[in-house]
Design a protein. Structure first.
Length: 307
């Protein structure tokens, strides 16, 4: 296998993970957990989300969380931003990266951000332009790439159209979301083969949810095809409240274990994740989905039992 020597692991747990928790966690607990991620040496952390708090109450305290966390120089602290209002709130906290987001499927786009795909482009273009003027890195998520909870399979041409339009409108990187975790390695290869004809590997990321246990296999396909950025959430937290059936992201702890075994550098050591995993279990108050956490904790519990 030809594999990259080094990859970026983009931690989305504080955003994708906590947005899908059944309860709203205290701000101080979020801050303590994110600080433990910084201490563990994670280079990219998606801290929160400046969306409408009525839509995602779990992350209504995004500004307080940003103000409270310790920021290590050189670490990217990002936030999800849906529109100009969200960007204003994000810039006021001094973010150094943002992520705009939309879906390849019309129905999920409408359910998630209340706009058609055509109505979304100009909003995201404006957000991207303003952010870039401020020197802020912009990633663009494309959701439902491998399947939509409302429409089923999505044509790869449609994914390509949305991704290319976001790049044309200025985003630095596209993250391909398997929002409901339906992709198999064959799907991953097919979609990447199509997109890599137009987009260089260093501008593509994979954001795999692990609903059906295929996320690491899909990431391995991405690695063999030269992709070097992977999104993950510690403990396998995650899901989109506006995508029924979506469950956790691929777990950072499982991903790092695999990368270490493959001899691929990410700047993160498995042992360094033990403390943030313990902290996470404390703040969410339930056991975690990841395989590595089941090894770490003596209960071996993998899914949402009480601690
Ligand atoms: P809307 O209701 O159409 O917004 O929501 P609007 O522009 O009509 O404004 C309505 C009210 O909301 C106004 O207040 C605005 O000021 C306010 P009012 O005048 O009535 O008092 N408002 C805001 N307040 C604070 N911050 C803002 C903001 N925007 C408007 N940013 C909107 C449209 C996009 C805002 C809404 O649909 C929304 O917030 N959606 C977010 C849903 C979401 O966060 N989903 C999960 C994240 S996506 C995901 O998980 C997928 C991903 O992980 C990749 C993958 O897995 O595929 C990224
Ligand atoms: Mg997601």
């Amino acid at each position: 296998m030809r594999l990259p020597e080094q990859v970026k692991v983009w931690e989305v747990g504080p955003r994708d993970g906590l947005q899908n928790e059944p309860s709203v966690l205290p701000t101080a607990d979020k801050i303590a957990w994110i600080d433990s991620l910084t201490d563990a040496g994670l280079p990219f952390i998606e801290v929160s989300s400046f969306v409408n708090p009525a839509w995602i109450p779990q992350l209504a305290d995004a500004a307080e969380v940003f103000a409270g966390i310790r920021k290590r120089p050189g670490v990217v602290y990002s936030a999800l931003v849906p529109n100009e209002r969200g960007l204003e709130r994000a810039l006021a906290t001094g973010v150094n990266a943002i992520a705009v987001f939309m879906s390849a499927s019309e129905t999920h786009n409408k359910r998630n951000i209340n706009k058609t795909i055509a109505q979304t482009y100009p909003v995201l273009r404006e957000v991207t332009r303003t952010a870039k003027e401020q020197g802020v890195f912009v990633r663009g998520y494309v959701s439902t790439v491998f399947g939509c909870p409302y429409e089923g399979a999505i044509a790869v041409d449609q994914v390509s159209r949305v991704a290319l339009r976001l790049l044309e409108d200025g985003v630095d990187e596209i993250s391909l979301g398997d929002t409901i975790g339906v992709a198999t390695p064959a799907d991953t290869e097919r979609v990447l083969e199509a997109l890599l004809k137009h987009i260089p590997t260093n501008r593509l990321a994979l954001h795999m949810h692990d609903t059906r246990g295929t996320a690491l296999a899909n990431i391995l396909v991405g690695l063999t095809m030269g992709v070097t950025t992977f999104d993950s959430a510690l403990g396998g937290l995650g899901g989109c409240p506006y995508a029924p059936g979506a469950s956790g992201n691929v777990a950072t702890d499982d991903l790092v274990y695999m990368l270490e075994g493959l001899g691929i550098l990410s700047g993160i050591r498995s042992e360094a994740l033990e403390r943030p995993l313990a902290e996470l279990r404390r703040v969410v108050g339930h056991s975690l989905r990841s395989h590595a956490s089941a090894v770490q904790f003596s209960d071996g519990g993998m899914e949402c039992g009480s601690v």
